[in-house]
Design a protein around this ligand. Structure first.
Ligand SMILES: [Fe+2]
Ligand SMILES: [Fe+2]
Length: 202
């Protein structure tokens, strides 16, 4: 039985989405380095949820644990996978492929159909204007960027937490856009739209 089948069986046996259960399970599915990152993102997301007074943390827990589920595949493998399973990558940049395919996998393998969770995973790399209303997506986007294992300096984001979520989000998307420019890579349209909307929100 594959790990995914084992996991499907455990989920369908009525297990709740508690943090403990899913992290335990995800350990079997993810390589150690990715697992450690996911745990740090989860911890950071739960702290952020408290700071932003989000009481129901189930969505955030599930989104954080599954957000990099497809990260182990290369861009080429993800593009091939998307072709086989008819997953529309649209105009996405290659670094966002794992987020789009990961969202599809989570919905198809684990029967998770909560729109906020799937959207949070789908846009966790680029950000999206949907995160102005989808708090799960907003928290995951922030947590993935500021988790303590990241090398970048994050003071420019932290100074706006917890007073100003939109400003913190803006700092993250701005930083991601600037990094992409420095690396002479293409910028995803969702990041640009998100940045513009966040500018209007202040
Ligand atoms: Fe990711
Ligand atoms: Fe991540």
């Amino acid at each position: 039985m594959s790990k995914i089948e084992q996991y499907q069986q455990l989920l369908s046996s009525g297990m709740s989405y508690s943090q403990q259960a899913i992290t335990l399970l995800s350990k079997k599915l993810l390589p150690q380095k990715r697992y450690d990152h996911v745990l740090r993102v989860l911890d950071t997301a739960l702290i952020l949820a408290d700071q932003f007074d989000i009481t129901d943390k189930d969505e955030i827990t599930v989104a954080a644990i599954f957000h990099d589920f497809a990260k182990g595949m290369t861009s080429d493998e993800l593009a091939k996978y998307a072709l086989i399973y008819n997953i529309n990558l649209g105009q996405a940049i290659p670094s966002a492929y794992h987020a789009i395919v990961g969202s599809w996998m989570v919905s198809h393998f684990f029967n998770i159909h909560d729109r906020d969770i799937l959207e949070a995973i789908y846009y966790h790399t680029t950000g999206s204007i949907n995160f102005l209303t989808n708090k799960t997506g907003a928290i995951l986007f922030l947590a993935d960027y500021i988790e303590p294992g990241r090398p970048q300096k994050i003071d420019h984001v932290q100074q706006f937490i917890p007073q100003n979520l939109n400003r913190a989000l803006r700092e993250v998307v701005k930083s991601k856009i600037c990094n992409t420019i420095h690396r002479n890579k293409e910028i995803d349209n969702h990041s640009i739209d998100f940045y513009h909307r966040l500018l209007q929100e202040q």
